[in-house]
Ligand binder design. Structure first.
Ligand code: NAP
Length: 249
């Protein structure tokens, strides 16, 4: 039988890259999606192939329906099956209060983090659901502890987008539970990646570390291990679960 395959959105850097690498090490064939950093995606793919795995990179903005459709068609063409989807692609924005936020900012946040997650999950369900002739599968959404904390004064738009991801996880899990698909989420806390610099706060990890009960940030690999477990058959009776990986925060 051919190997199981997964698509990791935003698999070029940070948590997504760790999931892609760890997934490949566990025997999955991996489609590595990225938005614009082709070099970073190529590095992940090269690392996987050089260690005997199978992977390819695919550009696409998860918030654009045409890109998402093309991305899943590329996975169909290359792998001929889809067993796992990790909805990891996500963005933050500059630190701001709601009364300072433009509609363009709010729209971008929801388009990438919420609509992107929903569109990719839709394409996965169309392929995996036994009611569509599929063989089942697993979806893991990457949420954030911000969904619970609200991120006041920093980015409540981001927090709200992750709240929507949590609700989408629970609802979709129940919607497709009898069709062979499990849908779960990982809810990371402060993780050491480039996302903080992309939001204009390169020192955010150091500044927040003291607020974490474990008194340290998490690594992308620590989040990846949680995601891989939820994707795997080891989690066969878990659906609609949200696994918090935040050092106790
Ligand atoms: P990151 O280091 O900034 O990496 C983001 C990844 O997403 C990159 O691969 C990027 O591609 C991709 N991406 C961005 N916008 C995209 C789009 N529109 N379409 C497709 N791909 C897109 O971020 P990270 O810290 O690993 O975060 C990954 C996920 O974890 C996000 O959903 C984030 O909200 C969540 N999270 C992170 C933390 C944390 O502290 N780091 C905490 C909680 C939750 P390019 O390389 O092409 O730019």
């Amino acid at each position: 039988m051919s190997a199981k395959t997964m698509l990791v959105t935003g698999g070029s850097r940070g948590i997504g890259a760790a999931i892609a690498r760890l997934g490949a090490a566990a025997g999955w064939h991996v489609a590595v999606n990225y938005a614009s950093n082709e070099e970073a995606a190529a590095r992940v793919v090269d690392d996987i192939i050089s260690t005997g795995g199978e992977a390819f990179a695919i550009r696409g903005d998860v918030g654009e329906e045409a890109d998402v459709i093309a991305m899943f068609e590329a996975v169909d063409a290359r792998f001929g099956r889809l067993d796992g989807l990790v909805n990891n692609a996500g963005v933050v924005d500059r630190k701001a209060r709601l009364d300072e936020m433009s509609v363009e900012r709010l729209t971008r946040m929801m388009r990438i983090n919420v609509i992107g997650t929903a569109l990719c999950a839709r394409e996965a369900v169309r392929r995996m659901s036994t009611s569509h002739g599929g063989a089942g599968g697993a979806i893991v959404n990457i949420s954030s502890i911000a969904a619970v904390l609200g991120a006041p004064g920093e980015y409540i738009d981001y927090a709200a987008s992750k709240g929507a991801v949590d609700t989408l996880t629970v609802g979709l899990a129940r919607e497709v539970a009898a069709e062979g698909i499990r849908v779960n989420a990982v809810r990371p806390g402060i993780i050491d990646t480039e996302i903080h610099a992309s939001g204009g706060q390169p020192d955010r990890v150091a500044a927040m570390r003291g607020l974490v009960p474990m008194k340290r940030e998490g690594t992308a690999e620590e989040v990846a291990r949680a995601a891989l477990w939820l994707l795997s058959d080891e989690a066969s009776y878990s659906t609609g679960a949200i696994l918090t990986t935040s050092g106790g925060r």
